[in-house]
Design a protein around this ligand. Structure first.
Ligand SMILES: Cc1ncc(COP(=O)(O)O)c(C=O)c1O
Length: 354
């Protein structure tokens, strides 16, 4: 069955009359604004912070549109990609009835968001090589499966999923396929953005939190058909990205070259860190990474984790995660931080009591 957006959307969302904000009802420019119950006197900060921001963040979207070569109508901005994740559940999954598929080990918010929305989660584990198990996926899909969540490059494993596998799912599943590309800028693989026109059921998530270095601003992006973006916009809170975040994002988006330099350095450091860690007897394996972190299999992850924490370095202990037994997820730091980390691990091997 081909993808049918109308049928995939929850009936209450189809019928929803969205909130119409003051900034949407009047779009021109006026000299007196008495329509939104703002503080007419101003703000303790810069004057214009007394005014509500653009609900659809058009200026920011225009810059993203130019950088990503995608029309503004195909862009949704959320308060982090985490907001986009939640909105996708609310748009397409009927609580207590529908289900989604996640492929662990993967980013935890897909499951948390499902739980918050009372949507069942079917887990189809990645294979031991961290690639998709297509047969198990096919078996898991049922008539109530609305979204398949894919993360590529995947967190916490760091690898990209095989493109033909993703294409197979996009071509054969009649629900929504989300590809979370939070780490795409660090990857050898291409984004799926150029393929958006081919797949009406595709939603791509990206974020300014990783390569762009703007995690504090909380700006996540979803790219999809105009229809899907329209539905997401109807559900989001009217002013979901603050004026301050929009202004700072506008400034930052002029610095593509600087961001590319950071990406280059981080990718180089990822290679150096990987080589250095492999020299250590406590390190058993480093999984290939297309992201700004390494999944490192160690002899004794929890002891290592504690030792590093006691010495002021915090990494992520993933030992309790399926297929990641005895693994630490280590973000690539600055060159100096990476040297310190390696020294601390050398020190652990020399001094930590058994
Ligand atoms: C795969 C993945 N997706 C999304 C996010 C959340 O991004 P944001 O900061 O845009 O909410 C993260 C954060 O770690 C992530 O690892």
């Amino acid at each position: 069955m081909p993808f049918d957006l109308e049928a995939t959307t929850r009936p209450n969302i189809r019928k929803l009359i969205p909130y119409s904000s003051a900034r949407e009802e009047f779009k021109g420019s006026a000299s007196i604004y008495l329509d939104a119950n703002e503080n007419s006197l101003g703000s303790p900060l810069t004057k214009w912070y007394n005014r509500y921001p653009d609900p659809l963040q058009m200026a920011v979207k225009e810059k993203i549109s130019a950088i990503k070569a995608i029309p503004v109508q195909n862009i949704f901005l959320g308060n982090g990609s985490d907001e986009a994740i939640d909105i996708l559940f609310r748009a397409f999954c009927e609580p207590g009835m529908d289900n989604v598929i996640v492929c662990p080990p993967t980013y935890g918010m897909y499951e948390v968001s499902a739980n918050i929305n009372n949507v069942a989660v079917k887990k189809v584990s990645l294979r031991p090589d961290f690639q998709l198990d297509l047969e198990a996926l096919e078996e898991a899909i049922d008539l109530n499966t609305r979204i398949i969540w894919l993360c590529s490059p995947n967190n916490p494993t760091g690898n990209s999923l095989h493109r033909p596998d993703i294409e197979m799912i996009l071509n054969n599943f009649d629900g929504i396929v989300v590809i979370d590309e939070a780490y795409i800028n660090f990857s050898r693989q291409r984004s799926f953005i150029p393929e958006l026109n081919e797949y009406p059921n595709l939603v791509i998530l990206q974020t300014l939190s990783k390569a762009w270095g703007l995690a504090a601003l909380r700006i996540g992006m979803a790219f999809a058909s105009e229809g899907i973006i329209g539905i997401m916009n109807r559900i989001k809170p009217p002013y979901n990205i603050s004026q301050a975040a929009q202004e700072l994002a506008l400034q930052a988006l002029d610095h593509v070259d600087e961001v590319n330099d950071m990406i280059r350095i981080l990718v180089e450091e990822r290679g150096k860190l990987s080589t250095a860690l492999l020299q250590l007897p406590v390190v058993l394996k480093i999984y290939p990474s297309d992201a700004n972190f390494l999944l490192v299999k160690t002899r004794e992850a929890s002891r290592l984790y504690n030792y590093l924490a006691e010495n002021g370095t915090v990494v992520r202990n993933r030992s309790n995660v399926t297929l990641c037994e005895d693994c630490l997820r280590i973000t690539v730091g600055t060159p100096a931080e990476n040297i310190t980390l390696v020294k601390q691990l050398e020190e652990f091997a020399r001094t930590a009591p058994r």
